[in-house]
Design a protein around this ligand. Structure first.
Ligand code: FES
Ligand code: FES
Length: 150
């Protein structure tokens, strides 16, 4: 099968039922995207599909088709760079395991909503679990990124 990841078409040998996460990590060796729950419950495996955050652990390859997938390794646009800078400056990560997924969803939020309210952020980020409890720093970083992008 062919899959478009970070702007490159890759020929992959995984079966069509293989979750996208395993193609990204095991076949393409893009290990920034993390495995957490494997049940679409934690957000650690979030990537973008045609610009929207999706959970790659629960997305079989056959549903990806020709859609454009972007992983953290491909997040080089202005919004995602502002988000990553704000993450660093706000010292958001603790263990860091959940943060790639959070950055992916935060970037998608700011692409749609230039000045999100706390409620907008809660609604967008609510499905991400952080065992280290960095939720307030995530919120602060999203507000900072929005200010810098304004
Ligand atoms: S690993 Fe995919 S949502 Fe948890
Ligand atoms: S920073 Fe450790 S799980 Fe979120």
């Amino acid at each position: 099968m062919k899959v478009n990841i970070n702007g490159t078409i890759h020929n992959v040998t995984s079966s069509e039922d293989t979750p996208l996460l395993w193609v990204i990590r095991d076949e393409l060796n893009l290990t920034g995207t993390k495995f957490g729950c494997g049940q679409a419950q934690c957000g650690a495996c979030t990537v973008h599909m045609d610009g929207n955050p999706v959970r790659s652990c629960a997305l079989p390859l056959k549903l990806v088709g020709e859609k454009e997938i972007v992983t953290i390794e491909g997040m080089k646009d202005k919004i995602s760079q502002a988000v990553q800078k704000a993450w660093v400056e706000n010292h958001v990560p603790q263990c860091g395991y959940c943060q790639i997924g959070n950055v992916m969803t935060a970037s998608a939020l700011l692409a749609e909503t230039k000045k999100p309210t706390d409620t907008d952020i809660d609604n967008a980020m609510g499905g991400h679990i952080c065992r280290c409890g960095t939720y307030q720093r995530i919120k602060a970083a999203i507000h900072q990124a929005a200010r810098e992008l304004a």
